[in-house]
Design a protein around this ligand. Structure first.
Ligand SMILES: *[C@@H]1O[C@H](CO)[C@@H](O)[C@H](O)[C@H]1NC(C)=O
Ligand SMILES: *[C@@H]1O[C@H](CO)[C@@H](O)[C@H](O)[C@H]1NC(C)=O
Ligand SMILES: *[C@@H]1O[C@H](CO)[C@@H](O)[C@H](O)[C@H]1NC(C)=O
Ligand SMILES: *[C@@H]1O[C@H](CO)[C@@H](O)[C@H](O)[C@H]1NC(C)=O
Length: 662
């Protein structure tokens, strides 16, 4: 009674129903039996080991199934014709033809007979004994996937000891409903007991229900249950024939929804007529800080107010949260409810459990399910709608550097010249091809990739600067990125630094920098600083002691006001930018852009003392040039001019001597 107990444990209510009508109409399938023929069964007739019966359906072909019981039947038309019991050729020498387990894998059926695996190709009607499995096998199981193309499906062989022995229980038959395609869709269950009670269970996200149809005359030792559709249950029983070796099949089809609509049963009418969502059984991607919008339609029965519910599975506490927005409108006299479901990932900054934070960094899979709260037992057709959510990179996301202040708009650079195979020289004192900050051996000529970068941004050398990083999705602007990012000049220019140091940035640990990252990544990857290897120096779990608080802090964005500070040098810088914040997106957001730094006068070639003297001389002559005409027009000016006249007179002779004219 194991299966039954499990159901009872999760059930919120059990509803016994008694109906005077027979639950189902039986029909018997009997074909090809006009003239009695003594057919002989070839080979060893197989049988199922357990006292139970079992039905295995092919994962892709609805008409292909294997019945396991006192006889075994393989059908290719869903038991719509009489069948001879399944047997294995005597040449296989199986000994006891007892089957313990079976599994469909593509065009073959795997059978465990007498602790060995046999492969039956039902298309070619060809048997082989498996090779390579050394140990005895009791069970075979595997993924139920349709073998299309290169899809890879696992098959597992279990040793007799590795499976717990289930008690030989012949008192009930049960089946969960499995859809041919999504795996998560097992929300129905049926159990038939020897006491002739049929239980039907329906699992919802808030409540589950179990209905008991008592005193039905449908039990048989040979019966199997199977769902053919939502709320459609079939009871299949093979019937032996006295004259013919082929068995006939009795089928009894139950439409649970129709049964519950019977007013005699007073099962309570389902408040919802329709629940429909485009998203059902589809897969969606949601990135960090993104929102996913799904819509569904609900048509309530007139005069009722059913409450829709949404649930998200959260492996590793992903923090996914969904909200339903509902609005009703009337269309052709019917009231319909539009449900907008909004799904996003919540973040727990700072105080989160580190294990949680590290697990949300990794992409994973989740599910979202829409259902109705407190569904009536009669809502059989109304199964919960489920979609798969891939929590990972949204490939439509890109970063773009805002370029409102382009060097071309301001006439600093000429776009025509830039497009015409423009090149510039980086002097050897300013760059290091190995990004170590050491001067290069020779100057570098760089061809400017205008097609890729367009016109450079404009930055004044003397003003600390940082780019404005924008997030775009599907060609549309989303937001300005506030997350942490890093820059690296792609030609190895090192004539810039940062306004903050590890100390002034408030680091509690020694921050990473391009040198440490490059050492870590090895020589092969220069531009390898990203969300995977970034550790924030503000992270209390990053324990690198802060030994050099004076080194430049190379991370921009995020909590600090850090900026790039250029040296006194005009020129084009081509920057690689990488968003390193692991909580911003699952994507590796990176790009390249260029900046033209201007406004720097060339550095002086004179020593400083000469500059001071020159400046004093210049200032003095400017002062004199201003003061003299002023004084000449004033009272003192007359005296002064007299003084100058006398001086001139006196000087004329002596000064003339100076020039050798006396
Ligand atoms: C649901 O979404 C549609 C389309 O975006 C919008 O027009 C409607 O107002 C939304 N309803 C609610 C309740 O948010
Ligand atoms: C995080 O995970 C590690 C390893 O799984 C475990 O040892 C540690 O106790 C966990 N920490 C917390 C706070 O749960
Ligand atoms: C640009 O100039 C370089 C060197 O003169 C030359 O090798 C290259 O082919 C030129 N490219 C174009 C597109 O003109
Ligand atoms: C990078 O950080 C290390 C310490 O982690 C420090 O010794 C080194 O000087 C830093 N390099 C630069 C260029 O700031």
């Amino acid at each position: 009674m194991l299966a039954l107990m499990l159901v009872a444990a999760t059930t919120s209510w059990l509803c016994p129903l008694v109906t005077a009508q027979p639950l189902c109409r039986t029909r018997t399938l009997r074909t090809g039996k006009v003239f009695p023929v003594k057919e002989k069964i070839q080979g060893d007739r197989l049988y199922f080991s357990s006292g139970k019966t079992h039905l295995i359906k092919h994962p892709c072909n609805k008409n292909l199934a294997l019945y396991l019981g006192r006889q075994i039947f393989l059908t290719k038309d869903n038991f719509e014709s009489s069948l001879i019991p399944f047997s294995i050729p005597s040449s296989m020498q199986v000994g006891t033809p007892e089957v313990t387990s079976a599994h469909f894998a593509g065009s073959v059926l795997l059978l465990v007979v007498n602790q060995k695996v046999y492969v039956y190709d039902y298309e070619a009607n060809f048997w082989t004994a498996s090779t390579g499995i050394e140990h005895p096998v009791s069970h075979v199981s595997g993924d139920n996937c349709c073998y299309s193309g290169n899809s890879f499906c696992m098959i597992r062989y279990l040793r007799p000891t590795s499976i717990s022995q289930t008690p030989e229980d012949t008192d009930f038959r049960s089946t969960p409903r499995k859809d041919v395609y999504v795996q998560c869709d097992e929300n129905e269950l049926a159990v038939l007991t020897r006491e002739n009670n049929l239980y039907y269970g329906s699992l919802g996200i808030q409540s589950s229900s179990l209905i008991k149809f008592a005193d039905q005359n449908i039990w048989s030792q040979e019966a199997v249950l199977m769902f053919t559709d939502v709320g459609m249950l079939e009871i299949l029983t093979p019937l032996p024939d006295m004259i013919f070796p082929a068995f006939d099949f009795q089928k009894c089809l139950l439409n649970i929804q129709a049964l519950l609509m019977d007013p005699q049963l007073q099962a309570g009418i389902c408040k919802v007529e329709l629940l429909q969502g485009e998203f059902e059984n589809k897969m969606y991607t949601i990135d960090m800080n993104s929102q996913l919008e799904l819509t569904a339609l609900m048509i309530p029965r007139p005069g009722t107010l059913p409450v829709p519910l949404v649930m998200v599975s959260n492996p590793h506490s992903l923090g996914l949260q969904a909200v339903i927005y509902e609005d009703g409108y009337t269309y052709n006299g019917d009231t319909k409810h539009r449900l907008n479901i909004s799904l996003k990932q919540q973040h727990h900054w700072g105080r989160a459990d580190p294990n949680f934070t590290s697990s949300i960094k990794r992409p994973t899979i989740s599910t979202i399910t829409l259902d109705i709260a407190n569904k009536e037992i009669s809502c059989v057709d109304l199964k919960p709608l489920t979609a798969l959510i891939s929590v990972g990179c949204d490939l439509e996301k890109k970063i773009v550097i805002q370029n409102e202040l382009s060097a071309c708009h301001h006439g600093v650079l000429d776009p025509v010249a830039l497009q015409d195979n423009y090149s510039y020289i980086i002097e050897r004192e300013a760059y290091d091809p190995n990004f170590q900050g050491q001067q290069a051996e020779e100057d570098l000529e760089v061809y400017y990739p205008y097609e890729k970068l367009g016109c450079p941004l404009l930055a004044y050398y003397d003003t600390p600067w940082k780019p404005v990083v924008e997030l775009w999705r599907e060609g549309k602007f989303q937001e300005v990125v506030e997350a942490e990012y890093v820059l690296l000049e792609m030609n190895g220019l090192f004539t810039y630094t940062y306004s903050l140091t590890a100390g002034t940035a408030g680091c509690s640990a020694q921050p990473q920098n391009w040198t440490t990252i490059t050492e870590m990544a090895g020589d092969t990857a220069f531009f390898s600083w990203d969300r995977e290897n970034y550790m924030s120096c503000h992270d209390p779990d990053y324990h690198e002691p802060l030994r050099w608080p004076d080194v430049p802090y190379q991370i921009l964005g995020g909590p600090t006001e850090n900026k790039v500070v250029f040296d006194q040098r005009n020129g084009i810088y081509i920057f690689f930018i990488s968003i390193v914040d692991p909580s911003y997106s699952y994507c590796h957001l990176e790009t390249t852009f260029s900046v033209y730094v201007y406004g720097a006068f060339p550095l002086s070639i004179f020593p400083p003392i000469t500059i001071v003297l020159l400046t004093v001389a210049t200032l003095l002559s400017v002062w004199l040039a201003y003061m003299i005409p002023q004084l000449l027009h004033m009272e003192q000016g007359l005296e002064v001019s007299g003084f100058w006249a006398r001086l001139y007179q006196r000087c004329r002779s002596s000064c003339a001597c100076l020039w050798g004219r006396c």
